[in-house]
Design a protein around this ligand. Sequence first.
Ligand code: ADP
Ligand code: MG
Length: 715
Amino acid sequence: MGACFKILICKNKPNPKGLTMDKDKLNHPLDIQVKYLKMVGPRRAEQLARLKIYSVHDLLYHFPRDYLDRSRTVSPFGMAEGADVTVRGRVLNVSETRPRRNLTITKAALESDRGVFYAVWFNQAYVKKTLRPGTELLISGKIDRAFGAVQVQVQDFEVMDKNEELLHAGRIVPVYSSTAGLNQRMMRNFIHAALEQWGGAYAEFLPQRLLDEEKLPSLPAALEHIHFPTEKDSAERSRKRFVFEEFLLLQLRLLLRRRSINREYKEHRYPDRRELRQKYIGGLKFALTVAQQRVVGEIYDDLDKALPMNRLLQGDVGSGKTVVAVLTLLRAVEGGMQGAFMAPTEVLAEQHHLSLSASLEPLGVKTALLSGGLGAKERRRLLEQIKFGEVSVVVGTQALLQEDVRFKRLAVVVIDEQHRFGVRQRAVLLEKGLRPDVLIMTATPIPRTLSLTVYGDLDMSVIDSMPPGRQPVRTYYVSPDELPRVFGFVSAQVRSGRQAYVVCPLVEESEKMDLQAAEELYRQLVENELRDCRVALLHGRIPGSEKEKVMGEFRAGNIDVLVSTTVIEVGVDVPNAGAIVIIDADRFGLAQLHQLRGRVGRGGGEAHCILAARLRTREAAERIRAMKTSNDGFFLAEKDLQIRGPGDVTGVRQSGMPEFRLADLARDREILIKARHWAEELLGSDPDLAKEENRPLKEYLRRFQQRTENFDHIS
Ligand code: ADP
Ligand code: MG
């Protein structure tokens, strides 16, 4: 690491502000451990590490979470009890009392223009030595008139008699997120010291033309002003710069990554034969929607390119993604090659295989399901067929990419409902030396802002309209006491020939209790409201083969009501299901609720979604209200983002959502979109960032890549 060398530099040249000849290589704050900073040292460094502050750079980029305006001083006289004030006074004398064992009160009498007042500190006996008579103080705190005299309970103070910059009072003061043992005063002092010592080592790395156009302050000024602003505006402008910087660096990395993945030309090409597609489309009972046609066009354009496709298809539940998947797979088949269709669960793989084989086998396309339930001998036989190209379309779970599965000529991989997981799968493919065209499909629409950060390295297609004639699902809210009536309704639905779902929550932390609750509900329903119906219970503990059997029976109409934990969440397609009752709906996220609701209303006819919950929190009430107002997954995703913040939007955290230091996706979306444009523009006009004006940016990216661990989601 050469850390010793760095200490030397540090010690010998405490003020590298003037150091210009070598300011990039060894002396960058990114490389300097925070413990070598003046006033920090090893013990404090350990505490700082708890805030993920390891280097001087981390410290300087530990931005205030808020500011206190202590720039105006007032007279403490005539201020109301409890008011937050900043006042000024000269120390007359100091006393210390210990009214209780654990309480030390330090009290200073202070002289001001308008008379004497008092300042009190609790359990901070060490302040006494700074409070010598005659010392001029600036104090921020709360007015307390309890004892007749005017008194200020000190929150922070500054000694005015030095020629030093005011940090803690008499100005707009930064407030940092902190940790046990590190108070605001220390944080401010550390950061101020870091700025003094290293602020000057930061050279601007964003291109000047970008700063000019976006009206952003330069790096050294922004660093200074975000921590110690002279006015509110300067803090806000600086914040904007760092948000922009954060987004731009991320977007550049995502775009660079996309380029590095798609660097190698694929070996396969698609002939322009259309007969299979045409037959398939001709056999459909409906015409493709305009949105479906558009995304198929986008996908076909990709397939005809020399670099492999790397595309995400977003489409709300029921928007008709499966047809698009089949039309993609058929290009491979027409070219005498193979396609793979991956689903997240065995249940879904089986369902996909059913519908795929039903529509493709009549066209002479050989399909197969590589299921975990196959016997050893069957499996071996199927693997042979795949290897020799006798099967054209293989459906399965992620097991499709296992070691022993070899394809003759794999051209297309479609990954259903897998979000980020799909990206990892692609890496597995690459490791196997395969460069198929990859289409990842998701029915969990995420807001554009989020998709830019989570999927910024993928091309994006969106099915933004529903097949015609679909009736929106009617959504109701009921309190749990009304459930008997609701189940009566379910029973009536069954009598009229429809099927229904009853969904119970299941979360890991309370899995056992949740399972019991589901089983109990099932028992009750069978004995009471649904005793005339054929009811089955499905939950995560039921073995895969059993699950498939139950799903098969439900699909075939031999089961009327499926009581289930969320195993039915994604993709399950049983058109005859007309009602879904969601128990404890407040425990589900918005995206999840929307997914569940998407299980009904898939086959025409009226469809109902009943949300049963006690609304204990405002958030839960907001979610339920949103569900009642809208059937639009994208709208709901935006709402989810607003209600819960990006980290909690379903699938996003697991998807490798980067944590931003400063940026707030809901609030800063415009900056994000601008940063995206700039990243595209910069790499478009200068792919290697080799131009003089872009070189500092390239260098910073390189350095950043080396140093920053918490960006491993894109490594
Ligand atoms: P998802 O996007 O949720 O995977 P599916 O592909 O399962 O949706 O399609 C949902 C239902 O809509 C299916 O029953 C399918 O046959 C039907 N569907 C798909 N496209 C159309 C269309 N253009 N017009 C009418 N129905 C369609
Ligand atoms: Mg689907």
